[in-house]
Design a binder for this molecule. Structure first.
Ligand SMILES: Nc1ncnc2c1ncn2[C@@H]1O[C@H](COP(=O)(O)OP(=O)(O)OP(=O)(O)O)[C@@H](O)[C@H]1O
Ligand SMILES: [Mg+2]
Length: 354
């Protein structure tokens, strides 16, 4: 990754629960983690992937940059959820000159929005196999994102005095972070990120995405269940969840709610694995790499492993980064690692990337 200094970007993962910032410097000896920070957002400032409170979110972004003394104003961020459609399609091989028009036409059947309302993008993937009858085919990764959502994320950054240089997609940022820790790109890996409102999946075979999905599951769902169970506010329920607030008979009731969520999420992940197995016969996975704040829930990894019979690993996006341990507490880094995967992937982007 020979990124020159002026092309480097700040990775900013704007999630519904919190904003994660990662700065990576490409030094002579390789990438260095220069900055890391997180800023919580008030409940429902971002809801269902759309920004409800732009002023609040942009001032949180501004504060994060200020607290961490980040100088670089060029930012890579990402969108996710129902406003982003990612679809792998196969087309007859053709010249680039006709490709764009073909893709535009093909995309209409997969995109549930008016085509005028989306930004359409695509990547030509390394082909899995040539067509049997001699005709060659090409695999295309199609990405359509709702324009208003992309513009609201870009607008938010502008409001915070920043330059939105790259707007990526969460599951691709995750893939980008994984490539750094596993540059061989060999084997089949399922990347799973469980945040507050979204569960993102990206299944890779030899470094190429086979399948991606975003589902509306996550830790906020659990917080809402705790609100009902203990008749408390969202904020108090969040405290109970993280062990910061004790309630009468809390442990048992909490355990049950954790268990239900973990089993529901594991089912969703299993469904996605089964779907891939049905469309790619014989496809198995070497490991599931779990990230996102909600991956910290006790017993989640073990449950998922038992259910899928696939080894589940904790995704540590910092594994291949040099760290100045004098400036960053190793225990804090370890705690933050699963929650920082998307932000690390974004920080690895550079100006000019799509
Ligand atoms: N130790 C923990 N135990 C249980 N849940 C946790 C823990 N730490 C964080 N969480 C939960 O993780 C979620 C936040 O994770 P993350 O930062 O990945 O989400 P986000 O990116 O803000 O949200 P999204 O991408 O879904 O919009 C919250 O629901 C939070 O309560
Ligand atoms: Mg997230």
């Amino acid at each position: 990754m020979a990124t020159s200094k002026k092309n480097q970007l700040i990775g900013l993962d704007i999630g519904s629960h919190s904003i994660k910032l990662v700065e990576i410097e490409h030094g002579k000896k390789g990438p260095v983690l220069k900055n890391l920070g997180i800023m919580g957002l008030p409940h429902e400032a971002i809801f269902e992937g759309s920004i409800k409170e732009p002023e609040i979110v942009s001032s949180a972004v501004r504060n994060l940059f200020r607290n961490l003394r980040v100088k670089n104003k060029n930012v890579a961020t990402s969108v996710s959820g129902f406003s982003v459609i990612v679809k792998k399609i196969t087309l007859d091989s053709q010249a680039e000159s006709t490709l764009e028009a073909t893709i535009q036409e093909e995309a209409e059947q997969y995109v549930p929005f008016d085509m005028a309302e989306v930004n359409l993008d695509f990547d030509i993937l390394p082909t899995e196999e040539a067509g049997g009858d001699g005709s060659t085919q090409m695999d295309i990764m199609l990405v359509a994102a709702k324009k208003d959502v992309v513009e609201s994320y870009a607008g938010l950054l502008v409001m915070a005095g920043l330059n939105p240089a790259v707007i990526d997609v969460d599951v691709f940022a995750l893939q980008n972070a994984f490539e750094l820790i596993d540059p061989s790109s060999k084997g089949s890996h399922a990347l799973v990120n469980v945040g507050a409102e979204e569960l993102g999946i990206n299944m890779l075979k030899d470094g190429v995405a086979l399948f991606t999905r975003d589902s509306s599951y996550g830790g906020a769902q659990l917080t809402r269940a705790l609100m009902r169970e203990f008749d408390v506010s969202f904020e108090d329920a969040e405290k109970i969840k993280l062990g910061g607030k004790q309630v009468e008979g809390g442990d048992k009731r909490l355990e049950k709610i954790f268990k239900d969520a973990v089993s529901e999420w594991s089912n969703e992940i299993k469904r996605a694995l089964d779907f891939v197995a049905s469309t790619h016969p014989g496809q198995t996975f070497d490991a599931i790499h779990l990230s996102g704040g909600s991956s910290r829930i006790p017993g989640f990894a073990e449950y998922l492993e038992t259910m899928t019979k696939i080894p589940v690993k904790r995704f540590n996006p910092f594994a291949a980064l040099a760290v100045n341990e004098k400036a960053m507490d190793p225990a804090y880094l370890d705690y933050m690692s699963p929650q920082s995967a998307v932000a690390v992937g974004l920080a690895l982007r550079s100006i000019g990337d799509k």
